[in-house]
Design a protein around this ligand. Structure first.
Ligand code: FDA
Ligand code: NAD
Length: 435
């Protein structure tokens, strides 16, 4: 056997969290050779949200190195040279296939062994595939999933090859909505299919969804709700040709994009670290039940202090902040110091066409819709408050200005009491602006 490569800190995964963790390590002080990032991707950490948006634009699409971290939060762009200058080893195109927590080592598909004192698990999510539940013909060519830059490259090629073609988008969540929009921008004929009565049901109310469904319809997106894809047929080249729906309909398709959810990648650690709610359980410092092992980003199930419960969050803002928190905690512990508990305010956003929404807080309780949510309006602007136990706990806003978005974030953090729900609906955004 060959000698293990040894590092003081290893970050497993080279996505959003890894990039922000590396920057925090550099900020806190790092000796050359102390830190390695191991990633199965071939590129340095980048802002993953670009892949479903500007990466697929028909004109001047975003390309690396343009969106390496940490540009997404308005920071410095960390090019591969940056890691070199800091003495951080970027070990790319390297998939770890075995983790031995007791031995403090990781083994790659190529048979290399890496040893560490501290491990930060930042393996993110993987897509759920239709082949996972045996959908007939789901392995045909031109059925795409989107998680990594390689996936986006393949989809981009197909969009160019199938000019003015037809696409079926399976799933009505984040990927479904963002990809349908960008496919339309590429002049592809788009039909969305999802099982629920309205899009993005894990966040949107029916009132919010009605706006986006109307807006998308006006942009030429066909929407089929209440059914799922149960099979695909292919042409003689093995390329997808038709999508069979459970309700009996058959749709023609040159391209299929599937976005039916993600799953945290934690299988390497099964039985070695404590799990909860589908993720790796951590404390407020993203430390697992094993003292030298941390978990951040999509894989972490952490105490969400504001709501007094454990949560897992699959969004970029948390990936960034959890990574910084873990590194601060590791560095403080080295100096015998402590850092404050993570006190996260959930923040999700999306952009498509000329639209842009933000959401802060918790989407539980009763809801109040305010503003102009007519999809035909020249400048629609609307929002929703969620009210629980007489307090506003969540707020959503479409087309907000930076100040207005700040105001709804503050509402979700402060949780002001509401006496009169009708009054709140009338006040709308001005309620938030007063807090
Ligand atoms: P992330 O997925 O970024 O990185 C994980 C890394 O680990 C990858 O590089 C992977 O290859 C690597 N890896 C995994 N297993 C490995 C192994 N065994 N060996 C080696 N390497 C391994 N959020 C949001 O708030 N707004 C948005 O607009 C978007 N948009 C968006 C678009 C698309 C297309 C996706 C897929 C996701 C989003 N998100 C988002 C979600 C957001 O990108 C996501 O929550 C973060 O990327 C999570 O960061 P992590 O670092 O946890 O995982
Ligand atoms: P999602 O959970 O947002 O949506 C999944 C959707 O799949 C459901 O809403 C449902 O409509 C649909 N669905 C479930 N089973 C189905 C079936 N059998 N047939 C058809 N439809 C079915 O997941 P996603 O959109 O795939 O996104 C994957 C990951 O990427 C998530 O972690 C998400 O947070 C992340 N992401 C986030 C953003 C953002 O925050 N703006 C953008 C893109 C991706």
């Amino acid at each position: 056997t060959t000698m293990a490569k040894t590092f003081k800190h290893i970050i497993l995964g080279g996505g959003v969290s890894a990039g922000y963790a590396a920057r925090e390590f550099a900020k806190q002080g790092l000796k050359p050779g102390e830190l390695a990032i191991i990633s199965k991707e071939a590129v340095a950490p980048y802002e993953r949200p670009a892949l479903s948006k500007a990466y697929l634009f028909p004109e001047s699409p975003a390309r690396l190195p343009g969106f390496h971290v940490c540009v997404g939060s308005g920071g410095e762009r960390l090019l591969p040279e940056w890691y070199q200058e800091k003495g951080i080893e970027l070990i790319l195109s390297t998939e770890i296939v075995k983790a031995d927590i007791a031995a403090k080592s990781l083994i790659s598909a190529g048979g290399e062994t890496f040893s560490y004192e501290n491990l930060i698990i930042a393996t993110g999510s993987t897509v759920i595939r239709l082949t996972d539940f045996g959908v007939e013909g789901a392995d045909a060519k031109n059925i795409f999933y989107l998680r990594e830059v390689d996936d986006a490259d393949k989809l981009y090629e197909a969009i160019k090859a199938k000019k003015n073609g037809k696409a079926v988008v399976v799933g009505g969540g984040y990927i479904g909505l963002e990809l349908s929009a960008v496919l339309r921008l590429n002049n592809i004929d788009v039909t969305m299919v999802y099982p629920e009565p309205w899009c993005m049901p894990r966040l949107f109310t029916s009132g919010i969804a009605a706006f986006y469904e109307g807006y998308y319809a006006n942009k030429g997106v066909n929407i089929i709700k209440g059914t799922v894809a149960v099979g695909f047929t292919a042409n003689s080249d093995g390329e997808v040709k038709e999508v069979k729906l459970k309700d009996g309909r058959v749709l023609e398709a040159d391209i299929v994009v599937v976005g039916v959810g993600g799953r945290p990648q934690i299988s390497l650690f099964k039985g070695q670290v404590e799990e909860d709610k589908g993720g790796i359980k951590t404390d407020s410092f993203f430390k697992t039940n094993v003292s030298n092992v941390y978990a951040v980003g999509d894989v972490a199930t952490f105490p969400l202090k504001l709501y007094g419960e454990l949560r897992r969050v699959e969004h970029v803002d948390h990936a960034r902040k959890s990574a910084e928190q873990a590194v601060k905690a590791i560095k403080a512990a080295e100096d015998g110091k402590a850092v404050e508990e993570y006190d996260y305010l959930p923040y999700f956003y999306s952009r498509s066409f000329d639209l842009s929404w933000q959401f802060y807080g918790d989407n539980v309780g009763d809801t109040v819709l305010f503003g102009d949510n007519n999809p035909e309006s020249p400048k629609p602007k609307f929002g929703t408050y969620w009210i629980k136990d007489g307090k506003v706990v969540g707020a959503f806003l479409e087309s907000g200005t930076p100040e207005e978005n700040k105001a709804i974030a503050k509402v979700a953090r402060v949780q002001p009491p509401v006496q009169d729900v009708d009054q709140l609906a009338k006040e709308g955004l001005s309620f938030a602006s007063k807090i």
